[in-house]
Design a protein. Structure first.
Length: 291
């Protein structure tokens, strides 16, 4: 009948069937108080964790900043150390290695020669006429001229060769490899022409002349001091005789010569428009007056 529940197989209506045990929705006061205590404790814990997370975030930000500053300071220190070493080993005017740096590189090259089959050569280059230019046109002009000469020397040599400004108007070149005497003479002519070419500074046309002393290792010495000393001696021979360049050579056995037992061999570059000029004249200069 309408309004009545559907009859089951047992003849009962749906709404007459038991739906399970009934539960009382009321909570005991003791359970409520315990629940409130638990919720308050949970809230307190969450607030403490939130504050702790904020403190950790602030600490993290501080540590990240301190780390960034430390890295920057370390990089600056390293850059400063590299710059200080560069300044200590390079000429401030031309940027070339200075005498100290050249000596260190020459020492290393000499040590390699002792354990290898190849030799090395040192060119000692002096600029004749620079003092007169400084006196007449001022040191700014002289400094500009030195920079140009330094650039020319670098361009005239191979990439792995070393060009150094020893000080004042003196330069040195370190050459490694199998260089025979003919190759060295050819290169000396090239450097002579390169350095002695006219220089235009402002409205002034200037010319300096090179005097070059040449030594080889191990023939003319096997230490940095001996090689530079002998190259300097050969350079003064070239300067005195106006020959452009001069070799420093051991005399033949039994030969009695001057200059502390050394023979100076000087050669004059032939006047030419080419840097790779041929050798026109050979002069053997023995200083017997120093005996």
């Amino acid at each position: 009948m309408p309004g009545e529940g559907t009859l089951t197989a047992l003849g009962r209506r749906e709404f007459d069937l038991p739906l399970g045990p009934r539960r009382d929705s009321r909570v005991a006061p003791a359970d409520c108080e315990m629940l409130l205590r638990d919720l308050n404790a949970l809230q307190t814990t969450l607030l403490e964790e939130r504050d702790r997370a904020k403190r950790l975030e602030r600490v993290l930000i501080y540590v990240q900043g301190a780390l960034a500053r430390s890295r920057a300071e370390l990089a600056a220190t390293r850059n400063g150390a590299r710059r200080a070493r560069h300044l200590a080993l390079h000429d401030s005017l031309t940027g070339l290695p200075n005498r100290r740096c050249f000596g260190e590189r020459l020492d290393r090259a000499v040590a390699q020669v002792r354990h290898a089959s190849h030799g090395l050569a040192v060119f000692y280059v002096d600029l004749d006429g620079l003092k007169a230019i400084n006196d007449r046109h001022g040191h700014n002009t002289g400094d500009a001229l030195l920079k140009i000469v330094a650039s020319r020397l670098r361009a005239a040599l191979r990439a792995h060769d070393v060009v150094s400004r020893l000080g004042g108007d003196e330069f040195a070149c370190l050459l490694t490899g199998l260089l025979n005497r003919g190759q060295l003479a050819h290169l000396a002519c090239k450097l002579f022409d390169t350095v002695s070419a006219p220089v235009q500074i402002g409205d002034r046309g200037l010319v300096v002349r090179a005097s070059i002393g040449i030594v080889t290792c191990p023939a003319d010495g096997n230490t940095e001091a001996a090689l530079l000393n002998h190259a300097d001696t050969a350079m003064y021979c070239a300067k005195r005789e106006q020959t452009g360049y001069a070799f420093f050579s051991e005399p033949p056995e039994g030969q009695i010569v001057g200059l502390a037992g050394k023979t100076m061999v000087a050669r004059t570059p032939a006047p030419t428009n080419s840097r790779a000029s041929a050798i026109a004249q050979h002069l053997c200069l023995v200083r017997s007056d120093l005996r």
